[in-house]
Design a protein around this ligand. Structure first.
Ligand SMILES: Nc1ncnc2c1ncn2[C@@H]1O[C@H](COP(=O)(O)OP(=O)(O)OP(=O)(O)O)[C@@H](O)[C@H]1O
Ligand SMILES: [Mg+2]
Length: 235
């Protein structure tokens, strides 16, 4: 379970998050919606520890991650907690100079596995997201936007994390690929029993995949009632 209490994060001359409370229960698909620039990506990064919150508390599976962030000597413990989170970055963020297999392999480096075992995992994860092992030797620029997104998801699940964060997983994709990625997100959460945090502007994805819904507005995050029409939130 992920628990956030009273989290605030500002940048110089820019207020972003104030007193955020949030819970993601195990196995759920949790939506984080909000207008562009409202702070959704900043919020995910604060949970991951890629950005350090100014104040507040982030707990992952009972570990106080915010305390670990504040103490450099506990960096290894923070890294272990982070290894339980797969992150599909806004825009995929594959490394262009590396092949598909090398990109996925990056997520396995810390596991100290034999090359043959890593190869097996790479094939298995590619298959799980619906890609053939033929793409292994390709470079990101040889792939379509949708395929890049699938590789990014394969990389995020490579180490079998308990959590996966998707930041705008369907933006810029054609409608068929949007449907495919939406189905994949639901399927992975059910088959792998993974807890998903999904940041999106895509109302189709939100309606199909969302189980718990939070909306970020005026620097705060509110839990939305089940009966609320998602479009209403933006009015
Ligand atoms: N590292 C940073 N330094 C300074 N300001 C930042 C930084 N990261 C984000 N911001 C600012 O914080 C605000 C929230 O940014 P964020 O990227 O979280 O928005 P978002 O809700 O994810 O938007 P979008 O839907 O367009 O992706 C923006 O005004 C942005 O300019
Ligand atoms: Mg964003």
């Amino acid at each position: 379970m992920i628990k956030v209490k009273n989290l605030s994060k500002d940048f110089p001359r820019q207020k972003v998050l104030t007193d955020i409370d949030f819970t993601a229960k195990d196995g759920r698909r949790v939506l984080i919606l909000g207008k562009s620039g409202s702070g959704k990506s900043v919020f995910l990064k604060c949970i991951l520890g890629l950005l350090v919150p100014d104040t507040g508390y982030v707990e992952i599976d009972g570990t106080d991650v915010s305390a670990l962030m504040a103490k450099p000597r506990l960096k290894r413990k923070l890294t272990r907690v982070r290894q339980n989170i797969g992150y599909v970055f806004q825009g995929s963020a594959l490394l262009d100079s590396l092949t598909v297999e090398e990109n996925i392999d990056l997520a396995l480096e810390f596991k100290r596995l034999k090359k043959s075992e890593r190869d097996r995992i790479i094939n298995e994860k590619l298959k799980l997201v619906g890609l053939s092992s033929k793409v292994r030797r390709k470079y990101p620029q040889q792939l379509s936007g949708g395929m890049k997104k699938m590789v990014a998801i394969a990389r995020a699940i490579a180490s079998e994390p308990k959590y996966i964060f998707y930041d705008e997983p369907t933006t810029g994709l054609d409608p068929a690929m949007v449907v495919r990625i939406t189905k994949l997100i639901i399927e992975l959460s059910e088959r792998l029993d993974i807890t998903s945090l999904i940041v999106t502007h895509d109302m189709g994805l939100a309606r199909r995949a969302g189980q718990d819904v939070y909306f970020l507005k005026n620097y705060t995050l509110s839990r939305t009632k089940k009966s609320t029409r998602l479009e209403e939130l933006y009015e």
